[in-house]
Write a protein that binds this ligand. Structure first.
Ligand code: GLN
Length: 483
């Protein structure tokens, strides 16, 4: 439990109350967070701390609060970390890639700007998989991130640094990005709550693109009510991102729900060769508990289970190969010092700048888009996405929410899966569904494995733009024991 001056600082309401009562000030809290981040340096969660800026902002916000407490923004007291693929004006942003070494952002992401306007403080940028490609936060130019519960284990990825920054108590909430599970899976591995909103809910302006029709900024924290509040602040249309939706904004507070709910889960969520026993048991126990509590919980067939991960990887690598073509040593970041001709600038800058996983995906994406193979791979994967999306709409005619494990496996030991990238891709089976269909999904803590103490998470997914329902359902079930 995170405590400071005898106060549990795991929720914004506790923090605000303590500041109001004068138990501590916002600058005290920022100092505490910075000291905590320093203490846990070995976890490698941060790539840089914005210490001076955060302290100065805390002083100014505290002064303004003392002058007029009623004028404090809704996020006064909230200290956040941001993943190293989200822009903050004047700060370096590299997507954990050598190719962006030294690149400073000229503007802030719309989401970040809105958080700052609401009174939040950004404390630092967090380590992640290069260009958000990965599941363990090991593919980073800054070295691997460690899970604070068990440092010889991975924290999940790609937003692993963000998850660990919250897990180790160095901030209240972290911003990540979720293209195929990168917010939910690390939240699950670190015993936290992770939200991927509906595609288009939050502007992607200022988020370094991986796969533009999948990417969405998400949040990792401890309390659902704090995530709901931050989401309501960041959401909404944006003139810089035409895909940012004009739907009514989600509520800033969680609405309580009563009565029996209708849940479904896919057959492969309880019966799948890759599903680890511990996860399966925990998920089944939860299904039973929900049934006992009077909810409808039904198993539904999902005939396209074997196409989920392939469709995701064909489409996202195709989009990545196009999005990452801008990193050519000319326009952004690092240029190879060896290069003598224009050709060599492109060739050597990319060869030296990108890591192995990013190169693998650029090659795969270029291949599936090439003239001879486009129809066989990219075209087909698009059709699979359409088929699944149509079926998804039918499901929500009948059910309030879909349930699934977050990851079929427990956090693994560092290095254990280095030789087997395919098995890591396959472990995305339960998270990519929400990105293929664009629906909101949250991972909540479920249990801890009795032997290892490692966290196991579960997802709740609702229909597009139904984040309010999603949050109301989280409140039904959420009780992970402390490690
Ligand atoms: N593990 C997935 C991948 O490697 C998810 C990445 C993400 O959501 N950014 O692509």
């Amino acid at each position: 439990m995170d405590t400071f001056q005898g106060i549990e600082i795991d929720s914004l309401s506790n923090i605000r109350e303590a500041i109001k009562e004068g138990v501590f000030s916002l600058p005290d809290l920022v100092d505490h967070y910075l000291a905590t981040a320093e203490k846990h340096q070995d976890l490698n969660a941060y790539v840089s701390l914005f210490s001076a800026e955060a302290k100065e902002r805390a002083n100014n916000l505290q002064l303004a609060f003392e002058t007029d407490p009623t004028a404090a923004g809704p996020l006064f007291g909230a200290v956040l970390s941001i993943k190293d693929n989200i822009c903050l004006a004047g700060a370096e942003v590299t997507a954990a890639s050598k190719i962006l070494e030294g690149f400073e952002s000229l503007y802030s992401a719309t989401a970040v700007e809105r958080l700052l306007e609401a009174g939040a403080i950004i404390i630092g940028r967090t380590n992640c998989d290069e260009f958000a490609m990965g599941s363990a936060s090991e593919h980073s130019a800054y070295g691997p991130v460690k899970n604070a519960d068990a440092p010889d284990h991975v924290p999940g990825g790609s937003s692993g640094g963000t998850a660990v920054s919250v897990q180790c108590g160095s901030c209240l909430i972290g911003l990540g990005s979720d293209t195929g599970g990168s917010v939910r899976q690390p939240a699950s591995f670190c015993g936290l709550t992770g939200l991927k909103p509906t595609y288009g809910r939050i502007s992607r302006h200022g988020l370094l693109a991986y796969a533009s029709t999948f990417d969405q900024i998400g949040l990792i924290g401890r309390k659902a009510e704090d995530l709901a509040l931050c989401l309501s602040v960041m959401a909404g249309p944006d003139e810089y991102d035409m895909t940012a939706a004009k739907e009514p904004l989600p509520a800033s507070e969680i609405k309580k729900t009563a009565g029996s709910k209708r849940f479904c889960y896919f057959d492969f969520c309880v019966d799948h060769a890759g599903l680890q026993r511990e996860v399966q048991d925990a998920f089944r126990r939860k299904l039973e508990a929900l049934k006992k509590a009077g909810h409808i919980v039904e198993q539904v067939e999902f005939p396209w289970r074997d196409y989920l991960v392939p469709a995701y990887y064909v489409l996202t690598t195709a989009e990545a190969s196009s999005n990452l073509s801008r990193y050519d040593g000319v326009r952004f970041g690092r240029r190879s010092p060896q290069a003598k001709t224009v050709e060599e600038v492109f060739d050597l800058s990319r060869t030296e700048g990108f890591g192995a996983e990013v190169k693998r995906r650029i090659l795969l994406g270029t291949f599936v888009l090439s003239a001879g193979y486009y129809d066989a791979y990219y075209g087909r994967a698009q059709k699979v996405r359409r088929l699944i999306s149509d079926h998804n709409q039918e499901l929500f005619q009948k059910y309030d929410a879909i349930l699934a494990p977050t990851s079929p496996i427990l956090p693994w030991k560092h290095g254990d899966k280095d030789q087997d990238p395919i098995s890591v891709y396959l472990a995305d089976i339960y998270t990519v569904y929400a990105n293929l269909t664009g629906i909101p999904a949250v991972s909540i803590p479920l249990e801890r494995d009795s032997e290892s103490g490692l966290a196991i998470g579960m997802q709740i997914m609702t229909n597009q733009f139904e984040e309010d329902t999603l949050f109301s359902l989280i409140a039904l079930e959420n009780n992970l024991p402390e490690k």
